[in-house]
Design a binder for this molecule. Structure first.
Ligand SMILES: N[C@@H](CCC(=O)N[C@@H](CS)C(=O)NCC(=O)O)C(=O)O
Length: 204
């Protein structure tokens, strides 16, 4: 089994953190840049997106939520999605919230990569406002998300890691000290430390 990932992708990080927390730290990981349409990735995912999970029999799964479901249902180890009840829906809401933060964050990131004169500043400003609102929602949600660690906690933590990596100017900690304290604990978990995002050519 192989996970195709990138060193910067927060969706891939969510899956990698889950695998480590589940007790499979040594699964094969191939790091590629999905934005360059690499042959190895396009061959298994026509959308050239990471993460993609390639099973030993050649079956491929994407997106990250499906990969999470597959891991949760087929691999041994602790469970990260409760099987039923209110706890299940809260955890899945946590994952959806984390994934939404990432999706909204990718939009201004791409806009900023366009030539300076072609960027639509209003779009960037609006997306950053939505992102800030989403962080506020995360601050509320983590208050009611109890232990044990779940995919909801992992998704929100990976989203905040992405925001720190790509949007340090947002300074979200100044507005959400309790979320900041929650994230500080999450950030220090070995699974999160082992998956800190970095630009491939800038690894310390
Ligand atoms: N909904 C997908 C989103 C995956 C995604 O957008 N991945 C980004 C990297 S974080 C990517 O590969 N983008 C390349 C592209 O869209 O061309 C998931 O949850 O896996």
């Amino acid at each position: 089994m192989k996970l195709i990932s990138s060193t910067t992708s927060p969706f891939s990080r969510k899956v990698r953190v889950l695998l480590i927390e589940k007790g499979f730290p040594d699964i094969e990981i191939e790091m590629l840049n999905p934005w360059e349409d690499p042959e190895e990735l396009v061959a298994v995912n026509p959308f050239s997106r990471v993460p993609a999970l390639v099973l030993n029999n050649g079956v491929v799964f994407y997106d990250s939520q499906l990969i999470v479901e597959y891991i949760e249902n087929t691999m041994q180890g602790p469970k990260f999605i409760p099987s039923s009840g209110a706890a299940r829906w809260l955890v899945l809401q946590g994952q959806a919230l984390g994934d939404n933060l990432i999706e909204v964050g990718i939009r201004p990131l791409l806009e900023r990569r366009r030539p300076e004169g072609k960027q639509i500043k209003e779009k960037i400003i609006r997306d950053e406002i939505v992102l800030a609102r989403g962080i506020g929602a995360a601050a509320k949600l983590v208050r009611v998300m109890e232990p044990p660690l779940s995919i909801g906690h992992i998704a929100i933590a990976c989203a905040l890691g992405f925001i720190d990596f790509r949007f340090p100017h947002l300074k979200w900690r100044d507005h959400h000290p309790r979320l900041s304290a929650w994230y500080q604990d999450m950030r220090l978990r070995p699974s999160m430390q082992a998956t800190v995002p970095f630009e491939p050519d800038k690894k310390a």
